[in-house]
Design a binder for this molecule. Structure first.
Ligand code: GLU
Length: 490
């Protein structure tokens, strides 16, 4: 029996460099990458820069940086779509010659006059009336010499067979199952613009075929383009790839996630101190599941990922859950890793920011504070408050002052404690607790005041941990400063 040839999976991520990498696009890239890794296939990258006005080099480098940050590297050299402009034009000319496309000389003004003004967002789609197709009698005959000098676009002639007219187009999506479109939803769309650049729907088909893409995995917002692309594949005699449309990420209101819902670009999350692995873990789980497991190593994701387990419904972006996932990764990272990540991801060099502290004191402080932080930035903020002198607000001081008379003596006695050298937290704890017993004050009463005196904050790591990190001499000077300032509230 002849064995069936199993084709190697080849997928691609094809961002347009018209903005920063959106977390929804990162999720598409991740799904493609995981699908390729899971199946032993190839993951490719294509920069779709044919919209010359909106594409910018800085966005291309930003996209590539964000992908590299997440460890998503391509298995072949990156393709820059505009470099294939001549090939796109050549193929479109061949289609004109074959009668599957035609030149359209209609100006915007003529279209407005004949078909009404181009529709506003949300309005009816204005369909082209095939004026130039009819005038060329369905061939590529150019009607007059003058026509060759006029600017023109090339339009694709969508198939007009009875089958298309009656049942429209049906394709089987790996995530959504059979998807149906009516043919009358579409018109003869432009494939080459008057500036000679290909449109998205045309370039994507020509280049996916050129790159031997077997599966197109992308956001559901492209579903409406798929019938056009399938017709193009058929007209060009190319093999149609398998499509998988991923549901969109929704904001809390159930609408497509937008800037209004907070940070949406991968770079924003990086700058806020989310870890690449945590962000990727969270995004993959958003819309894909594997039992109840939430935290995955990259190897586990590769082993368990499948398109079948991607849900059909849009998934709501939940910042609380992302914070939790990030906190899990932060807790699992060593102080050394966090120091490196602060440097590479948020541009903070701990040794420069805390020059008076030794490397081991910085590491110890990180080890303590990371247990209660969701992001790298929060870690830095916590350490800043240990390292820097506190800035009290009058409002807080005066609020604390109300019960202060009870504790004043105790704080004075704590200030009077002497230690021969900097000690560890157990030594401070023992001595301070002895003072508290003497003053008949509980930790519950004293801690808020001590915390505010040492850090100008109302919550932090344990008081004795703070003292050990800050050091006794510095703690004494902060407590003294606090007393001087709180007295002014009287
Ligand atoms: N350039 C398109 C985008 O950024 C790619 C769509 C596709 O994957 O076909 O949305």
């Amino acid at each position: 029996m002849e064995s069936k040839k199993i084709e190697t999976v080849r997928v691609r991520f094809a961002p347009s460099p018209t903005g920063h990498l959106h977390i929804g696009s990162l999720r598409s890239a991740l799904f493609n990458w995981l699908f390729a890794r899971h199946t032993g296939g190839q993951f490719l990258l294509r920069i779709e820069d044919t919209d010359l006005e909106r594409s910018k080099d800085e966005y291309t480098s930003g996209l590539l940086d964000s992908l590299a940050w997440c460890g998503l590297s391509a298995d072949e050299p990156i393709m820059i779509q505009s470099s294939r402009k001549d090939e796109h034009q050549k193929i479109a000319d061949q289609m004109v010659a074959a009668g599957t496309a035609y030149r359209c000389y209609c100006t915007a003004q003529e279209l407005d006059e004949r078909l009404g003004k181009s529709s506003q967002a949300g309005g009816e789609y204005r369909k082209y009336d095939q004026h130039c197709c009819k005038s060329q009698h369905g061939t590529n005959q150019i009607t007059s010499v003058k026509d060759t000098e006029k600017p023109y676009v090339i339009r694709f002639r969508i198939p007009q067979t009875t089958q298309e007219q009656q049942i429209g187009l049906i394709f089987n999506d790996s995530i959504r199952g059979p998807v149906h479109f009516n043919a009358d939803q579409f018109d003869d769309f432009v494939i080459i613009r008057s500036d000679g650049m290909p449109t998205y729907n045309f370039a994507v088909v020509v280049d996916d075929a050129y790159m031997n893409i077997t599966h197109v995995v992308r956001g559901e917002d492209h579903l409406i383009n798929t019938p056009k692309q399938i017709w193009l594949y058929q007209a060009l005699g190319y093999q149609v790839p398998q499509f998988a449309h991923i549901p969109l990420i929704l904001g809390p209101s159930g609408q497509k996630l937008s800037k209004r819902d907070g940070a949406v670009s991968v770079g924003d999350y990086q700058a806020k101190g989310y870890l690449a692995q945590a962000l990727c873990n969270y995004l993959v789980r958003l819309g894909w599941s594997h039992g109840d497991q939430e935290i995955f190593t990259p190897e586990e994701l590769i082993a368990s990922f499948s398109l079948d387990a991607v849900g059909k419904k849009g998934a709501i972006f939940d910042i609380e859950k992302l914070n939790w996932v990030n906190s899990v990764y932060i807790k699992a990272s060593s102080a050394e890793t966090i120091i490196d990540l602060c440097n590479t991801d948020i541009g903070i060099e701990c040794s420069k920011r805390y020059p008076l502290w030794t490397a081991s004191r910085i590491a110890k402080a990180i080890t303590l504070v990371k247990e209660r932080c969701n992001t790298l930035l929060q870690i830095v903020e916590e350490i800043d408050s240990l390292y820097n002198k506190p800035h009290y607000t009058r409002e807080q001081l005066c609020a604390l002052q109300q019960d202060y008379s009870l504790q004043a003596l105790c704080v004075q006695k704590i200030i009077a404690l002497e230690f021969d050298q900097e000690e560890n937290k157990e030594v401070y704890q023992k001595a301070i607790k002895a003072v508290m017993v003497e003053c008949t004050i509980t930790m519950r009463t004293l801690a808020p005041l001590m915390r505010y005196a040492l850090l100008a904050k109302t919550d932090s790591i344990g008081i004795f941990d703070c003292i050990e990190i800050i050091g006794w001499q510095e703690c004494r000077s902060r407590l003294t400063l606090f007393i001087e300032e709180i007295i002014t509230c009287q």
